[in-house]
Design a protein around this ligand. Sequence first.
Ligand SMILES: [Zn+2]
Length: 413
Amino acid sequence: MDAKQIEKIFLDNSYVRWGGSQEELQCAAYLQQYLQKIGISSQLEAFATDHAVIKKAKLIVLDPKIKEIPCTGYFMCANTAQDGIEKELFYLRRNDRYTLEQVKDKIVIVDGYIGKWTYNDLVEHGAAGFITCGYDAHDENHDIEQRELRSYVSDGKLLCGVNINIKDGIDIIKNKTKKVRLEVQQEYGKSDSHNLIATIKGKKTEEIIFTAHYDTVDNSFGIYDNLSGAVGLLALAERFKESQPNYTLRFIWCGSEERGLLGSKAYCLAHTKELEKAVLVINLDMIGSIMGYMLACCTSEDKLAHYLEYFALEYGSELKAYQDVYSSDSTPFADNGIPAVSFCRWASHASAKIHCRYDTIEEVSCQQMVDDIEFIYAFAKRMANAKVIPVKKVIPDNIKTSLDEYLLRKRKD
Ligand SMILES: [Zn+2]
């Protein structure tokens, strides 16, 4: 795959691909068609996701001065009564567990977003609702992100909530806002998201799994995050098709990663038995940025990170490898005991623009894409044709702890 072809795929798929939407499925069909054209058969695997249609989301400051604040309602949060709820406002400072007794029956505003544990705290202490603030003070009102109260965060204990521009958040605090009205109405439902799966049979039945997500958040074209990785996976499949590898290779284009790794979690759940054959996961999430450097996050023995750094030097490329959990589709696999490595060309110019309307083709270089794919292919080929995969199928204890924290089984803050 050359730079021109990569550019075409980027341009053809420059639209919002929210998990579970028609547009996400349209992109999956496009990827599938590409695979078909190069002679690789693939299957779409559906999995159900929560689906909401927001009918109304309103935040009105009542005291000291009546003012409507632009907001988006949280998908899957509680509905208020038709005419809303009027409550005192409370500002909960980040990591402040000492003032939690004061949130009872109040609408709570926080700096930034809310994680599971703070959400649990709010529920336990009887908060009436919540307001979160986007991070970027340069955002326009139409940039206010459509957030979701994920089911594994709420555990079915629903509060109503909205997200606002941080500029308004600052004003709310500065003006010593005492009372607000919240109105949120939505219809709940389900819709299917999809994983696209293709297999290249090797001499062994043991598998190396390649993953990359192709969905986006609700307000982004997601070229760097992560059409770049999805295209990388297409190119890898195309290269590996040329001659039979030693290990069997499975390629998974994951849906709904941005909604909490839903596609990779669904795959692991539906294929538990087959995962016994998996020996390594190679995940691509954000490659091909114009500047920056290659990162390799190893959710595995630390040895893989050292190997990768040596390998990169030998190859003639720079790379920073480290051992950790990566916030991407590699994680559910690692949680199933399979060592994983996630590749990312990390660039401040591009990573500052993910999850918003600025994640466009302007942030990536199609030639850098070619070079990144070539490097990842060189590493993957060594693994695919290894006599024995050198990475042990163990997840070290420190990584198990990080997985417990990342997957919200254990409180971190
Ligand atoms: Zn991503």
